[in-house]
Design a protein around this ligand. Structure first.
Ligand SMILES: Nc1ncnc2c1ncn2[C@@H]1O[C@H](COP(=O)(O)OP(=O)(O)OP(=O)(O)O)[C@@H](O)[C@H]1O
Length: 352
């Protein structure tokens, strides 16, 4: 539904160049909720603004619902009209709602339809239908100043849906809201995604948002996508930074010459007594340094950080045993991170 290839954006201001996007390839499938996360300055806002061509990319292409928007942006006035039409099919929700305070709620929702030249009667019908959809049927005549933050965002979402978009872009739409309101807005986005088959691309710095509603996610750093995939794929990828952030387990080793291992349990593996089997089979004492169970994308996932006595070399076979049970095993020397890669290579060799 949304594809970007080699998307690059270089800002030039006061003789300085800032590369905000550095060759971003993004693939968002129809009907999915896709989250882009990353620290401040990673390029998330620039990416979302380039997807609907609010910002003109320096190079690369953006295709939404099979239409190459970058090609339209480059041509004359006729193409400009086509671009506006294409853009009206992409809804956008903002962090600070961007409602007009002098207009009623209904009139805010009607605004994009006014711009599209839709008749008054049809605009009213559509606005009232959308208000009902977002649970604010009784607020049509209210002004934004009379609404709570969550209600304002519901109006923002209704306005974004006015042009019957196939795609909804959300720029930190819950960042200004308290946790409970955040949950209700995320639930609304999820419901709309399911009811309307809406594809949602959202940017956020909150892992909780990804955990609650995203099917897929990408991590951005320095204008690049450094990891991406479905949330389940990411959780199953050894060493995935996104997975570790989505599902952190802490715990320091209790002393030198210990092997610290992060074990992730999905599906059936979560119900097997693997840790006690490991302990019995190899006659070793295992300490649990940290553990958590959580629901990620509606699925139960468990993660445990355990400590085995002895160094990596001495634990090749027990760790091979864990891998054979279908568990995802990441070896981490938390005090000596540069040892991790060689240790993992060693394990793979040793486990053969
Ligand atoms: N209009 C602009 N002119 C010049 N530089 C810009 C402009 N907009 C963004 N940048 C720069 O581009 C880089 C990426 O910014 P962007 O706002 O896309 O990041 P972000 O990940 O959305 O950050 P945040 O979470 O803080 O919004 C930053 O270095 C920023 O300073």
């Amino acid at each position: 539904m949304i594809t970007t290839t080699g998307l690059t954006k270089v800002y030039r201001s006061r003789g300085r160049e800032v590369t905000a996007l550095d060759g971003v390839d993004l693939h968002v499938r129809e009907g999915e909720v896709y989250g882009v996360v990353g620290q401040s300055g990673a390029g998330k806002s620039t990416l979302i603004r380039c997807v609907n061509l609010l910002e003109r990319p320096s190079s690369g292409t953006v295709t939404v619902a099979g239409q190459d928007l970058t090609a339209l942006a480059g041509r004359g006035t006729r193409a400009g009209a086509e671009l506006r039409k294409a853009r009206s099919r992409i809804g956008m929700v903002f962090q600070h709602f961007n409602l007009l305070s002098s207009r009623t709620v209904q009139s805010n929702i009607e605004l994009p339809l006014e711009i599209l030249g839709v008749s008054g009667k049809e605009r009213e019908r559509k606005a009232l239908e959308l208000l009902d959809l977002v649970g604010l049927a009784d607020k049509a005549k209210a002004y934004p100043g009379q609404l709570s933050g969550g209600q304002k965002q519901r109006v923002g979402i209704a306005r974004a849906l006015a042009g019957d978009p196939k795609v909804l872009l959300s720029d930190e739409s819950t960042s200004a809201l308290d946790p409970e309101t955040t949950r209700s807005i995320l639930q609304l986005l999820r419901d709309l995604n399911r009811q309307l088959g809406l594809t949602v691309l959202l940017i956020t710095h909150e892992m909780e948002v990804v955990k609650t509603i995203c099917d897929s996610a990408a991590l951005m750093k320095g204008g690049r996508v450094v990891e991406s995939g479905t949330v389940s794929e990411l959780l199953a990828t050894p060493g995935s930074e996104l997975a570790a952030e989505l599902f952190p387990v802490g715990g320091e080793p209790s002393g030198p010459d210990r092997t610290v291992v992060d074990v992730t349990f999905h599906g059936d593996a979560a119900t097997q007594p693997v840790i006690s089997q490991l302990s019995r089979t190899y006659n070793i004492d295992i300490s649990i340094l940290g553990a958590a169970m959580d629901t990620v994308c509606g699925k139960q996932v468990g993660r445990m950080r355990i400590e085995l006595p002895g160094r990596f070399e001495e634990n090749v076979v027990p760790i091979g045993f864990l891998r054979e049970q279908g568990l995802q095993v990441d070896v981490a020397d938390v005090r000596n991170a540069h040892d991790t890669a060689p240790a993992d290579a060693l394990l793979k060799d040793g486990a053969k």
